[in-house]
Design a binder for this molecule. Structure first.
Ligand SMILES: [Zn+2]
Length: 471
């Protein structure tokens, strides 16, 4: 079994072979910290979290790096509106970002690198690009000369902007040599943050922080660069132009991975449309596992639609898996494993292999989830014919679900025996008495009452069974 990934650079699924054995250096574009994270961020970061967890599950030693853009035009603008310094705004929302990621269960990132901690490295790159003739100075900044880099456009297969591109700023100046030339080092206005440089007091351009950060940690070449697909052009294209021109080495990044868009109730999420949802608002209504399940239910490259209905569907599906786990967990346990149980254990192993085959196909989480559901059905079928399970098989079933679930960040909750309140116990007794006295009307009324209280009753040959309805 070999892992294959879809590489935006070649538009092909390729065998995944890192540059240095099992070591994988990976970088994903992080947030610009001027506001709370929204659902689009949540999608990207959960899907890359799953990718990294899976790579580690497959034995790769991943170093996962993310940048924090703590200075740019949006931060400066918002800080002015708030009457605070860009730094205090950025630090505050950086902290909020970490809280959001924690709430989402993002555990895979090894290092968050702040742009303003890499000013020296940024200046070094700009200097090298000037010396090699890839950059030029005009009155308001140092610009990249796109006519000098013949490979420009190789990632996106175009050289001009389109409607879906993320554009955080357009570096416009009539004295630029080419229309698309972007700023590497920008002259700061009097009230803007500034750093000394060999040219003038200024601040970094839009794209240079990423290459300065990755070169500092990984050198001029590394394995995986990820991000949302609206960053392909011009942002990632510009990164290639900067780094390959500076180092003379190709490729700058071996595999480029991009996530699909998120819509809300079928429409693009935008403040102007009134359907803009922050992650923390979403987490008030849905728990972390439900949101992660929802993101895992679609392939990372595909678009996904966030709607109440889709989220409720995710919750129901996840509940079905938990019911299987409860059924197994509360079965009577015996010591000895039967031959049928040994056979069933081999079946579990087969499902695990199918799961790996699905995930090896460009991290196909959707197919991998289907395998987990098939395994769940199979387990239910097996235990429905039995009154007891051996300790060994019980543990094997539960640990298999946990082991595969943790890659998506689901099925990790403790299974607790649910307890009834005194009132409910009393009602159940009353109903039993009513049934004994063949007072069906009262029995039915109590059943209905319990149902409204969230208690489901089931009359079985062994007696009455109850279940608490999930929220
Ligand atoms: Zn970036």
């Amino acid at each position: 079994m070999t892992l294959k990934v879809f590489n935006t650079l070649t538009r092909k699924k390729e065998k995944f072979v890192p540059m240095h054995g099992k070591k994988v250096n990976m970088f994903v574009c992080g947030p610009t910290v001027y506001d709370y994270s929204h659902l689009g961020h949540a999608k990207t970061y959960v899907q890359f979290d799953i990718i990294v967890r899976y790579l580690r599950f497959r034995g790769f030693r991943v170093f996962y790096l993310q940048n924090i853009t703590d200075l740019d035009d949006k931060i400066i603008k918002r800080a002015k509106e708030n009457n605070e310094t860009p730094k205090s705004l950025a630090r505050r929302f950086e902290e909020e970002y970490y809280k959001d990621m924690k709430a989402l269960g993002i555990t895979s990132v090894d290092k968050y690198a702040r742009a303003t901690d890499y000013i020296k490295a940024i200046i070094k790159q700009v200097k090298a690009l000037l010396e090699k003739g890839y950059a030029y100075e005009i009155e308001d900044g140092i610009y990249y000369d796109l006519s000098k880099f013949k490979d420009y456009g190789k990632l996106s297969r175009r050289t001009t902007l389109e409607a879906e591109d993320a554009v955080t700023r357009i570096d416009d100046n009539i004295n630029k040599r080419n229309k698309g030339d972007f700023c590497l080092w920008k002259k700061s206005k009097p009230d803007e943050p500034k750093w000394d440089s060999p040219w003038f007091k200024g601040r970094p351009g839009w794209h240079i922080e990423d290459t300065a950060i990755t070169e500092s940690h990984f050198g001029p070449q590394y394995d995986i660069h990820g991000g949302a697909r609206d960053l392909i052009f011009p942002h990632h294209e510009a990164e290639i132009a900067q780094m390959e021109a500076k180092s003379g080495k190709k490729p700058f990044v071996k595999y480029w991975l991009h996530t699909g868009f998120l819509t809300v109730e079928g429409r693009k999420m935008a403040k102007s449309l009134g359907n803009f949802i922050t992650l923390r608002d979403a987490l008030k209504k849905h728990d972390t596992e439900t949101i992660r399940f929802f993101f895992a239910s679609t392939h990372y490259r595909n678009p996904i639609d966030f709607s109440q209905e889709n989220l409720e569907q995710s919750k129901k599906s996840l509940d079905r898996l938990y019911i299987t786990l409860e059924n197994v967990h509360f079965m009577r346990t015996v010591k000895k494993k039967t031959p049928q149980e040994k056979q069933f254990e081999m079946k579990l192993q087969k499902y695990k292999e199918k799961f790996i085959t699905a995930m090896d196909d460009d991290f196909n989480t959707r197919e991998a989830l289907k395998v987990i559901f098939k395994m769940s059905n199979e387990v239910n079928k097996f235990i429905s014919r039995r009154k007891e399970l051996s300790k060994g098989l019980k543990e094997k079933i539960l640990s298999t679900f946990k082991e595969l679930g943790i890659i998506f960040g689901i099925l990790q909750k403790k299974i607790k025996k649910e307890k009834l309140t005194k009132d409910v116990e009393k009602l159940i007794k009353e109903r039993e008495n009513a049934r004994k006295n063949k007072n069906w009307k009262t029995a039915d009324a109590i059943r209905e009452k319990l149902n409204k209280m969230g208690i489901l009753l089931e009359d079985t040959p062994e007696g009455i069974k109850w279940k608490i309805k999930r929220k």
